[in-house]
Ligand binder design. Structure first.
Ligand code: NDP
Length: 325
């Protein structure tokens, strides 16, 4: 496993990490989660991602129970959580980053995770109704109180993150150091477009999500929706997995995977690793075999040449513009 600095911070995250969205609680109980986390950890993963909204808090409970069972030394791993959607359908408690919600949110997450602190705390989405200054101060205070060590954003516009950084710098507060965008062969616009200048200028880290586009890029949906798959369990995902145009692109990747002696999943995850702004690709898994398979993506990435990258771009209809000095 290789480790990459989280942007310009001193902390290093494994280039492949493991997240709990949809899977923990819905598909994996604490024992199954502990088994997957243990395989990942033994292969060098030091970062596990979560969010209070996942399974309405139950995903954090499962990860907390798994961590307790695993009994790892706290310094040897990192856990993140995210706040925004909330757990209660109540004014001030949903879709917000107000001070009250953030502070109550982190307290609840720590209780469910059975931890004294999380390593990374994300604002899960931007909140246009709360002044960014209020959010920055609350995140700063949470860090000062030792309940989180670093903070960041997820799916914020570059301009919103820059505003948060500038407010923090003006008041000498802890600033956001990481953004968590979706990044995979079908969703690359933000990381390769809007964010480029801002990553260069401000040196934020990127922990990216859904490298397999929920499993679509594994190739397993090319013969229909498998019975035990994420799309079979989550009706809303089905149309995405039956999109003929996308499935044709996935099929066209197969010869490249074969050439690299890799599975389709390994190729798709390895491709994400080729982006130099990526600190860690957050993978997802519903079973331990997938963790074993996916964690080999680092080796596959080493074999992906610029020529292969161009062939992949051609399949996905991407034409890279020449960079100007
Ligand atoms: P992926 O796109 O990689 O999808 C993972 C799913 O694909 C698995 O649960 C499994 O589903 C299937 N899969 C994984 N490996 C294989 C394999 N080798 N062969 C076949 N199928 C496979 O990642 P996620 O969408 O799960 O996202 C990863 C993490 O990113 C999340 O856990 C979460 O921590 C984070 N995230 C963050 C978001 C944000 O807003 N910040 C949003 C979403 C995710 P199955 O077996 O059930 O079909």
């Amino acid at each position: 496993m290789k480790y990459r600095h989280l942007g310009r911070t001193g902390i290093r995250v494994s280039e492949l990490s493991l997240g709990s969205w949809i899977t923990f609680h819905n598909q994996a109980d604490a024992n199954a989660a502990a088994e997957m986390m243990s395989v990942a950890y033994d292969l060098g993963v030091n970062f596990f991602d979560n969010a209070e909204a996942y399974a309405r808090g139950k995903s954090e409970e499962v990860m907390g129970a798994a961590l307790k069972k695993l009994g790892w030394r706290r310094g040897s791993y990192m856990v993140s959580t995210k706040i925004y959607w909330g757990l209660h359908d109540n004014v001030n408690e949903k879709n917000t980053l107000n001070r009250k919600r953030l502070i109550e949110g982190i307290n609840g997450s720590l209780e469910r995770l059975q931890l004294d602190y999380v390593d990374l705390l994300y604002c899960h989405r931007p909140d246009p109704t709360t002044p960014v200054e209020e959010t920055v101060w609350a995140m700063h205070n949470i860090i000062e109180w030792g309940k989180a060590l670093y903070w960041g954003t997820s799916e914020w516009a570059a301009a919103e993150i820059v505003e948060a950084i500038q407010i923090a710098e003006r008041h000498h507060l802890h600033k956001p150091v990481v953004e968590q965008p979706q990044y995979n062969l079908f969703e690359r616009g933000r990381l390769e477009g809007e964010y480029v200048r801002f990553y260069r200028e401000y040196g934020c880290g990127a922990t990216t999500w859904s490298p397999l586009a929920s499993g679509l890029l594994s190739g397993k949906y090319n013969k229909g929706v498998p019975k035990d798959s994420r799309a079979a369990l989550n009706e809303w995902l089905k149309p995405r997995m039956e999109d003929k145009e996308k499935l044709a692109k996935v099929a066209a990747l197969e010869p490249i995977a074969k050439e690299l002696d890799a599975t389709m999943s390994q190729l798709a995850i390895a491709w994400c690793l080729k982006n130099p702004f990526v600190s860690s690709v957050i993978t997802g898994a519903s079973r331990v075999e997938q963790v074993h398979e996916n964690m080999k993506a680092g080796e596959v990435a080493e074999g992906i040449t610029p020529e292969i990258m161009e062939r992949i771009d051609a399949i996905f209809g991407v034409k890279k513009e020449e960079e100007e000095d």
